[in-house]
Design a protein around this ligand. Structure first.
Ligand code: NAD
Length: 468
């Protein structure tokens, strides 16, 4: 029998190296991807990604399915949805269940990574999606678990490992989810630590993560500050930033349906989604009928100017933006703070406002919905463009006039434009298409998916293998 001594030596060396690495990390990790220090998390993610390179595409598909299964397991889905509401104090449990399940079911996996091929007299060239390596992903408080689920599926499908920077106010639920996913992955035979984070997420740790040399790509889902920070990092970055989605309703719309869709979209998860309806611009001739129908669907109209002032005082901070402790709260809760007791059937607080009002201009992320009247649809479109503030995020229009729908779609330049439906149709709920919770308007990836987290690489074979 021939024994290849060199091969055995190399094998033993590799095993010892692995044991040493795992032993050296063991003292610094809490298990299932949670580390004391960012440097250790980055080291573990680097080792995991190197091992992951040796996994096949069917392994990747299996691991993506594991993430879906872990999240969709009833007890896990209920746990993370409940914890997210309790810890952040934002949103609605029943809607978190829907959003988490949506992220698990409809975030694309490896099928998103299609290969391009060019053949001819000179042979065969292919362009394939290849991993960046270790990705640093920053998640918001508003969709803490949904972002981790959707990013994990896309980033792992593309062959990366991920360091997550959750929002400190969503620490426990984020760590719980990361542990659950890692446990499932490890049990399925995946490399350890494909998804990691630190025990105490903080701005300082996020900064360490962004600066770490092992991190080759940054993905920020959050407000303008963090998007600006990742775009100034000198690394490849995807920025999924703020929105202020306007809804235009013109005189040709199905007003009863528009009213129902607007109340449904605006109140979904207490208005936390960045795509949710934030203000209505209605053509004067149908505005009264629209408001009448929105009230029938669960909107509570506030007409008294003193009460509107009280609401401003209650929910706006000194800079005119939303106070954190009212973000993602229900209409019932907000109204109770100005002395109005209503039942849970009231889902939206409605008022007429001028276009300069902070409720119209600011992204409040709570179910307060101002309606601005304009004389015609052209004025409505122009105003909606201004109110969107160039975020290139989301806009909605209810109309049966194809020319005006086309005009608004072209001019407003948003990543998502929903026609005649609630905003969430734009992320695959009652509208065609896959989902994501990282909608990258500023950097142009749009609704991110596995291929957004991959590099295009060309492989050229000179001569042959063309069959035409
Ligand atoms: P946020 O900007 O306060 O926080 C987002 C994340 O960035 C958190 O993890 C936070 O810890 C971190 N962060 C913020 N500032 C930082 C800094 N200076 N240095 C380091 N880390 C920093 O946002 P939020 O309140 O959690 O989420 C709401 C915002 O996110 C809204 O503006 C919403 O529109 C936006 N959002 C956008 C998308 C999208 O897909 N485009 C999705 C969800 C939320």
């Amino acid at each position: 029998m021939n024994i290849d001594v060199n091969m055995i030596e190399a094998l033993v060396k590799k095993v010892i190296e692995n044991v040493n690495v795992n032993a050296s990390l063991e003292n610094k990790e809490y298990g299932y991807g949670i580390f004391e220090h960012m440097d250790d998390a980055a080291e573990a993610a680097t080792i995991a990604q190197q091992k992951y390179l040796n996994c096949s595409m069917s392994d990747r598909a299996k691991y993506v399915q594991v993430i879906r299964d872990v999240v969709l397991k009833k007890e896990n889905l209920e746990l993370i949805s409940q914890m997210a509401v309790e810890e952040t104090g934002m949103g609605k449990y029943e809607h978190k269940l829907i959003k988490n399940a949506l992220a698990a079911n409809k975030s694309p996996g490896i099928e998103d990574l299609t290969t391009e091929a060019m053949t001819g007299d000179d042979g065969l060239t292919i362009v394939e999606y290849s991993p960046f390596g270790v990705i640093g992903a920053i998640a918001p408080t508003t969709n803490p678990t949904e972002t981790i689920i959707s990013n994990s599926i896309g980033m792992l499908a593309a062959g990366n490992s991920v360091i997550f920077s959750p929002h400190p106010r969503a620490k426990n639920v984020s760590l719980t989810l990361i542990k659950l996913i890692n446990k499932g992955l490890e049990e399925a035979g995946a490399p350890r630590n494909l998804i990691v984070t630190v025990k105490e997420p903080s701005i300082e740790n996020t900064n360490k993560m962004m600066a770490h040399p092992a991190v080759r790509m940054l993905v920020a889902t959050g407000g303008p500050a963090i998007v600006k920070t990742v775009l100034s990092s000198g690394k490849k970055a995807i920025g999924a930033g703020a929105g202020n989605p306007p809804v235009v309703v013109d005189e040709t719309a199905d007003i009863e349906k528009a009213a129902a869709d607007i109340v449904d979209g605006c109140s979904f998860d207490n208005n936390l989604p960045c795509i949710a309806e934030k203000e209505v611009v209605a053509v004067d001739s149908i505005a009264d009928y629209l408001i009448f129908n929105m009230k029938k669907c669960g909107a509570y109209e506030v007409k008294d100017q003193a009460l509107i002032s009280q609401l401003e005082e209650l929910v706006l901070n000194e800079k005119g933006g939303p106070k954190t402790n009212f973000v993602g709260k229900s209409a019932q809760h907000i109204l109770s703070h100005v002395g109005i007791q209503v039942g849970p059937e009231v889902r939206v607080i409605l008022m007429e406002a001028c276009k300069e009002h902070p409720f119209v201009q600011e992204e409040l992320m709570m179910p307060i919905l101002p309606v601005v009247r304009v004389k015609d649809v052209d004025e409505a479109i122009q105003l909606a463009i201004k109110l969107e503030h160039g975020n290139r995020h989301t806009a909605i229009m209810h109309s049966r006039n194809v020319d005006k729908l086309t005009k608004m779609a072209k001019l407003i330049q948003t990543t998502i434009f929903v026609k005649n439906g609630p905003s969430y149709a734009g992320i695959g709920v009652g509208g065609e298409g896959y989902t994501t919770f990282t909608i990258a308007g500023p950097t142009g990836e749009g609704l991110t998916s596995a291929k957004s987290f991959a590099r295009k690489r060309r492989c050229v074979l000179v001569g042959g293998l063309d069959v035409r």
